[in-house]
Design a protein around this ligand. Sequence first.
Ligand SMILES: C[S@@+](CC[C@H](N)C(=O)[O-])C[C@H]1O[C@@H](n2cnc3c(N)ncnc32)[C@H](O)[C@@H]1O
Length: 206
Amino acid sequence: MTKLDYIPTPLDFAQKYLNRLDIPCVYQEELFRRELNTAKLDGLFIELGYYIGNTATSLCNTKKDMILYSFDHWKGLESFVVPNSKKGACRWRGELPKIHENVRLVIGDVQDTLEIFLNHHNKPIAFANFDMDGNSDYFVFCKLAEMNRLKKGTVFNISHALKLYEEKIYTSIYDKFIEFVEKYNVKFKYFAFGDVHLALIIDEDI
Ligand SMILES: C[S@@+](CC[C@H](N)C(=O)[O-])C[C@H]1O[C@@H](n2cnc3c(N)ncnc32)[C@H](O)[C@@H]1O
């Protein structure tokens, strides 16, 4: 990859990596509003990666009648987002800021908690915000597919699909999503970009 002489934006991502310029690019707040208005399945609203709850709070303030199940172990990132990203980045040891009343925390490594959670909540996924790291997000994509929770209309918000690090663009989380798409022959549509997020809609039951 070559050095950049400008700061890449989601539009660069759309143009260079997806070869598409027809995908709307909006601010995070507007993106969440559009995603949550579009997430019409009678199903679960989940978030992978609560950390200190910035996105969870924003999502819950956007859709006031939603219960958002948010997963975290607070040990930080375990795998790549960008090369050399520090293991443990985003580790949190302090007391959490006030948790929105509509958030339900699911505490532990998703590799241990997700299947148990899904066995207790037998609905498809209406909306999922992926905000962990490449391997953990990939694990969740696959587990949701294997447990038949991804249906036509499921909305995915993938954070950090495009990442800038030391003047280079990385797409490691987006690449893991595409690996998942190829593995399960997933049909999906691009929906919109917003800040660090890429929004997608699953277009056929998996
Ligand atoms: C980028 S932060 C999330 C930021 C958060 N959405 C916010 O707005 O405050 C990523 C979080 O994912 C969590 N995480 C990463 N891998 C995980 C895993 N395998 N199981 C549970 N949590 C994980 C980390 O502990 C970290 O808190």
